[in-house]
Design a binder for this molecule. Structure first.
Ligand code: CP
Length: 301
């Protein structure tokens, strides 16, 4: 495909090939001139630390010319649309765009208006998709648990309703044949639109963690939330926060993941986030490798 907009519908072989290539990059095997002469722009209309910085580093490691666009200091402030912004950067010769936007479907909509040689990567649109986060989460799980997911029990915990990360993770976990996918959170924060089809849904974190191989914790997305969906942060933590005590219910070698940024003391305690079972910073390292694989696949040759 020309663009990476979602993991929905991405066949197993394509997903597997990206993860295999990303592992080679993670192992340090890459050509620093692979994207020589190609200009890539990170076009972010929402804040980011990990995604934007790791895409920048990924593009630089492959030899691309990298531009960073920050909506808060750009002509977006004067009312310029995202499409006009993109078309102007495209006119300068930019061929790869890494785009984050608060609206569902915004990146797919932009993709209808670009030149044939231009590639778009969705770096997170509204609640819909964050495909490179899904890929880096799968690479991290593979490294920890091997390539056969058929016996794995994975729990996704928290604010699934507002989470593009959860949607991309669920799509990738299904494509990779995960044995059992559990989803746990308060009823007010779980979607009822078919997203959770085939998952074991529960509102009891102790039950959801029982014997799992991986707990994927989600950030409480207060910026996307209407008032009243969660009674209080203390209540949320008491019912759905991952503590060291609770983690003892999971398999002894279970791993803990979180896409970041973390609300420490809300969805996860410091002890767990910084503890021996946490892969949170490994996820971030893998993000660079996965983004190198995606940029190479879309922009090289
Ligand atoms: N996980 C993630 O997308 O983090 P940022 O919002 O900091 O990019």
């Amino acid at each position: 495909p020309r663009h990476l907009l979602t993991l929905d519908g991405l066949p197993f072989d394509a997903l597997d090939a990206l993860l295999t290539r990303a592992q080679a990059f993670a192992d340090g095997h890459y050509d620093r001139r692979a994207l020589d002469g190609i200009a890539v722009c990170t076009l972010f209309f929402e804040p980011s630390t990990r995604t934007r910085m790791s895409f920048t580093l990924a593009a630089q490691r492959l030899g691309a010319d990298v531009l960073n666009f920050d909506a808060s200091t750009s002509s977006t402030r004067k009312g310029e649309t995202a499409l006009d912004t993109l078309k102007n950067l495209e006119a300068m010769g930019v061929r790869g765009f890494v785009i984050r936007h608060h609206e569902d479907g915004a990146v797919a909509a932009l993709s209808q208006h670009v030149e044939l040689g231009t590639a778009l990567v969705n770096a997170g649109d509204g609640r819909s998709a964050h495909p490179t986060q899904g890929l880096l989460d799968m690479l991290t799980l593979r490294q920890a648990k091997g390539h056969d997911f058929s016996k794995l029990k994975v729990a996704i915990v928290g604010d699934v309703k507002h989470s593009r990360v959860a949607r991309s993770d669920l799509q990738a976990l299904r494509t990779l044949g995960t044995g059992e996918i559990r989803v746990c959170g308060p009823a007010s924060l779980l979607p009822n639109d078919g997203t959770l089809d085939g998952c074991v849904v529960s509102h009891d974190l102790d039950a959801a963690l029982d014997g799992v191989d991986a707990a994927m914790m989600l950030r409480l997305q207060r910026e996307r939330m209407e008032e009243g969906l969660v009674a209080s942060l203390d209540d949320y933590h008491r019912e759905f926060g991952l503590t060291a005590q609770r983690l003892t219910r999971a398999a002894p070698d279970a791993v803990v993941m979180h896409p970041g940024p973390i609300n420490r003391g809300v969805e996860i305690t410091d002890e767990v986030a910084d503890g021996p079972q946490s892969l949170i910073l490994r996820q971030v390292s893998n993000g660079v490798a996965v983004r190198m694989a995606v940029l190479e696949a879309l922009l090289r040759g």
